[in-house]
Design a protein. Sequence first.
Length: 115
Amino acid sequence: QGQLVESGGGLVQPGESLTLSCITSGGPYNTMGWYRQPPGKQRELVATDTIGGTTNYADPVKDRFTISRDGGETTVYLQMNSLKVEDTAVYFCTAGTSWAPLLYWGQGTQVTVSS
């Protein structure tokens, strides 16, 4: 049974940076990723990473966010630069197999971007 624990959320001003971390157990996992749920909206994709180096980003975060894993493939990061007010959301870490990429979810971490 996989367990995912996120950390690194907080309150920042527009233009600042933040790095989220997600420590996993039960892996390594073929696919790991980040989703987010803005206030009053549905959950949406942020970025995914598969073993072998394939990454995928949602258009609103391309060129600002970077997903990466540690060498042991047990921790996934989300480096967020040039944060905008519209990036405010609860961010969730995900992990899974090639046929079930969203098998496990973390509890979420709040990111608030406000001046």
